[in-house]
Structure formats: structure tokens, C-alpha cells
Design a binder for this molecule. Structure first.
Ligand code: SF4
Length: 480
């Protein structure tokens, strides 16, 4: 059997991090000062939402580790509980409000416990309305303000943290990552696009990009630790502008900074797969489209459309029409016919008529997405859409449209997966349990094959596809 990977560098690791998760499970170790033996202070992080939030939590964990904290899975035993919130859906916010009772209980036995809430919720709480529903919370700050966390902790708990605690640039804080052959690397934060339904520009501020030199150094460090797959993160990652374009090599064929960054990363030994998310259709320049064919690029592109109706796109302030989006898709398919495509779609946006929803279905059929993340529109206060447009599509109708789109997605996905039967794919194994190895193919499609060999975790294993479902390709590991 042919395996590619780096033996002994990375230990077994678990499943992909779910939407709400605890990041780390380092053991708590006591430290000794003179005659006193004191436990290191402990922190617990709960993260809701997207990959950007997960990477922010890794950044906060890195910052806390720098202050002498260690992570604990036992929330009740923590000195600091931090909740990294997501405002995309009301349900995620409700869970944050719902956990406050529990934290108040913890404070009865541990009155010095610090509870911190960050992420999108504080970012969009311009009037302080949401803060009132968080009675157990001591620190409440939008994500970019995490740089002040050391000072604030020092003020609240001088017994734990030196009052001269430092501040750092947010993008320079080193994330604390669980061992894995996959890693997220933030190259940009904030957004300048101001889609009318979105809280991100308010919660995270305007777009800021990291220097290319820093990104390349971080990736080199990850590859040296055995990482094989890198996912670059940014709100509109392909609009990346390097502050130091002189970092790019003279041989680099691209002028577009994002394409140039992809080319540089492709030159790094040890990198097997390069993925990036989320792309904005406006920033899919010809050079970025050309770079999709670079050898280490995964065979998947996530290009959110949100709606198939130009009129709805106009109200969303997406800055492109249906025709412009489809033009970009055609160029991508010409360059990379085998690329799997994904999207984000909102149904039931303000004023969306049945005919406009039909346009979304027809666009879906035309593009033939492999997957889409479909959401029923949930109006968020503080957004432009909430100020400009009524949330006037009935909840039952939103649900009906969502069901119809989901059914189309599953049918399309299954049909596209059927084309893989009999073909060989390369699976980056993420876990082996219950007699099966699971991981993603180059197209990021989920795969599984029977084995009990736990040493395959973290390796790339060829698999011959024997059967498919809408969300999984199944087969046998191919003999070498
Ligand atoms: S591009 Fe639009 S949806 Fe994406 S983060 Fe920016 S404002 Fe939000």
C-alpha cells in the first residue's frame, strides 16, 4: 500500500471540530514557587460558528498560554471561561444567553471566576442591549479587542497575571493548535463588502491583511511540525492585498497578490494540500482562476452566491449580478473542469418572491454545485437589511423553500458523486474508529474505507471508490 505522510511527527487526532466545541485538552500541571505549590490557572473556551471563529479561539488560547494558563475540558474547574460567539443565527446566540445561569452557579463556589464573551455578539451590540442578558459576564469585547485581554485579566486577577501584561497585534498572536495534519491560517480579518444582511464588518471591522512574509513563515513552521493541509482564512480571502509584495519571488508569475501568495505556498516542500475560504465572486480575477490549477490546490472551490436573483443580490449588496456570477463560474470550469464547487445560499431574504427563489433553483441546476450551505434568512439587528427592509417572508415559506433547495442539493450531490465510482481518490485520513478510516479526498469529499489500522491517521491513502451516497464516497484502500 502506498502511504504518504510524516511518521512520528503528529499523533492520532480526533474528528473535525464541530460547530460548538472545546478546543484543547492539555493536562493541568502544578508549578512550584518557593515553598508554595500552586496550580497553573486554567481556561476553558467554547466556540460557536465559522472557521474564522475557531482560528480566533486558537489565537486566544495561544495568548492565554503565553500568560501561564493551561486549557481544561472541565468548565467548572476553570479560572477563566471564554465564549466565542456567532451572530449568524439566533439559535447560536440563545445558547450563549442560556449558559449564563450555569456560570452564575459556578461563581457561587468560585467567586473569582472570570467569564468573558467575545466574537460577533459584542461586535454588533452597539447599544449594549445584548449585554444586559449576560449577567454572569465580566469581560465583553469584540474579537479584535482580544489584544487587551492580558491587561483586563491582570486587573481582575492580579494573583494570576502580572499587571504589566503585554498587548500584541491581533494578527501576530500565535494560535495554540491541537496536534493535527490540518491547520487553519488566518491571512485577513474584517471585511469591506458590507452585504446588507451581515454583521461581520461591524463585528470585526474593516479588512486588514497580514504581511505575506508572516504568512509564509507561519506555514513553514506548521509544515515543519508535520502539517500536510493548510486552509487559508479570510472573510473575502481572495481579495488579499499583501502589505509587503516585495516578499514575492521574482519568478512568481502573478501580479494579483492572492494568486501570488498561492504560488509561493505551492513552492513549499511538505505541503500536500492548499485550501482557502471564503472567496468573493468579485475578487475571482483571471489570475486567481488560473492559480486554481496549481498542483497543491485542493480540487474544491467554495464560492458563495447567496441568491440566483439579480434583484435579491442587489438588495443584499453583493455587488454582482446573476449573469456576472455565472460568467465567473464558466471561466472556472474552463480552467478546471474537475473542480468540485460549493456555495452559501440564503432563502427567504427580505422581499424574495417565489419567482426570485425559482431563479436560485435554476442557478443551482446550471452550476451543479457539489454542496451548498443553505440558510433561512434570519434578520439580525444592527445590519443594514434590518434598517432597510422588512423581514416579510413567512417562516413556513422560508422553511418550504429551504426544504426544496436541500432536496435539490442532495439529488445533485448524489449524481455528481456517482461519477467517482470506479475511480481512485486520495484520502487524508482523519480518524480510524468502528472499523473504518474516514477523511477527505482532494475534492474535500468525505470518504471512508474499512480498516482497523490506527497508524493510517494523518496519512494520505489511495482509495478505489466502490459506492457513493450524497455525502460520502466508500471503497477499499488501493493496493500499492
Ligand atoms: S462579503 Fe458580505 S457576507 Fe461576507 S463577510 Fe463581508 S459583508 Fe459579510
Amino acid at each position: 500500500m502506498l502511504f504518504r505522510g510524516k511518521k512520528g511527527v503528529v499523533g492520532p487526532y480526533g474528528a473535525k471540530v464541530p460547530a460548538a466545541h472545546v478546543l484543547t485538552n492539555h493536562l493541568v500541571k502544578p508549578f512550584v514557587t518557593g515553598l508554595n505549590v500552586r496550580m497553573s490557572p486554567r481556561f476553558h473556551i467554547t466556540t460557536y460558528g465559522c472557521q474564522m471563529n475557531k482560528n480566533d479561539s486558537e489565537r486566544i488560547a495561544g495568548l492565554l498560554q503565553g500568560l501561564g494558563f493551561v486549557a481544561t475540558e472541565d468548565e467548572a474547574a476553570a479560572d477563566l471561561i471564554l465564549v466565542n460567539t456567532c451572530s449568524v443565527r439566533q439559535s447560536a446566540e440563545d445558547r450563549v444567553y442560556g449558559s449564563q445561569e450555569k456560570y452564575l452557579e459556578y461563581k457561587k463556589t468560585n467567586p473569582k471566576l472570570i467569564v468573558a464573551v467575545t466574537g460577533c455578539l459584542p461586535g454588533r451590540d452597539k447599544k449594549g442591549e445584548f449585554r444586559k442578558r449576560l449577567p454572569a459576564t465580566d469581560l465583553y469585547f469584540p474579537t479584535p479587542d482580544m489584544v487587551h485581554l492580558p491587561k483586563w485579566i491582570a486587573e481582575l486577577r492580579p494573583d494570576l497575571v502580572n499587571s504589566e501584561a503585554y498587548e500584541q497585534d491581533y494578527l501576530k498572536i500565535h494560535p495554540l493548535r491541537a496536534p493535527s495534519v490540518q491547520a487553519y491560517v488566518t491571512i485577513q480579518t474584517g471585511c469591506n463588502k458590507f452585504c446588507t444582511y451581515c454583521v461581520v464588518p461591524y463585528a470585526r471591522g474593516l479588512e486588514r491583511n497580514r504581511p505575506a512574509k508572516e504568512i509564509l513563515e507561519e506555514v513553514r513552521g506548521l509544515l515543519a511540525r508535520g502539517v500536510l493541509e493548510i486552509t487559508l482564512l479570510g472573510q473575502t480571502v481572495n481579495s488579499y492585498q499583501a502589505t509587503d509584495p516585495e516578499t514575492f519571488s521574482p519568478e512568481n508569475p502573478y501580479n494579483d497578490h492572492f494568486a501570488a501568495l498561492l504560488w509561493e505556498l505551492n513552492q513549499l516542500a511538505g505541503l500536500e494540500r492548499l485550501h482557502w475560504t471564503a472567496a468573493h465572486p468579485l475578487s475571482m480575477t483571471d489570475e486567481v482562476i488560473d492559480a486554481l490549477a496549481l498542483p497543491k490546490q485542493v480540487r474544491y472551490l467554495h464560492l458563495p452566491v447567496q441568491s440566483g436573483s439579480s434583484e435579491v443580490l442587489r438588495r443584499m449588496n453583493r455587488k454582482y449580478t446573476r449573469e456576472q456570477y455565472l460568467h465567473v463560474i464558466r471561466k472556472i470550469k474552463d480552467r478546471c473542469p474537475d473542480l468540485a464547487l460549493g456555495s452559501d445560499i440564503i432563502v427567504g431574504f427580505s422581499g424574495e418572491t417565489p419567482e426570485q427563489f425559482e431563479e436560485t433553483l435554476s442557478l443551482y441546476r446550471e452550476v451543479q454545485y457539489d454542496i451548498s450551505y443553505n440558510a433561512q434568512y434570519s434578520q439580525r439587528s444592527e445590519t443594514l437589511a434590518a434598517k432597510l427592509f422588512p423581514d416579510d417572508v413567512a417562516a413556513e415559506e422560508k422553511r418550504r423553500r429551504w426544504d426544496e433547495l436541500q432536496a435539490l442539493m442532495e439529488e445533485t450531490s448524489l449524481r455528481k458523486n456517482e461519477a467517482f465510482v470506479g475511480k481512485e481518490v486520495n484520502v487524508l485520513v482523519e480518524r480510524v474508529n468502528h472499523g473504518y478510516a474516514t477523511g477527505n479526498a482532494e475534492s474535500l469529499k468525505l470518504c471512508r474505507f474499512p480498516t482497523k489500522d490506527a497508524s493510517l491517521v494523518g496519512k494520505i491513502v489511495p482509495m478505489r471508490v466502490a459506492s457513493v451516497k450524497a455525502w460520502v464516497l466508500e471503497g477499499e484502500a488501493s493496493p500499492s
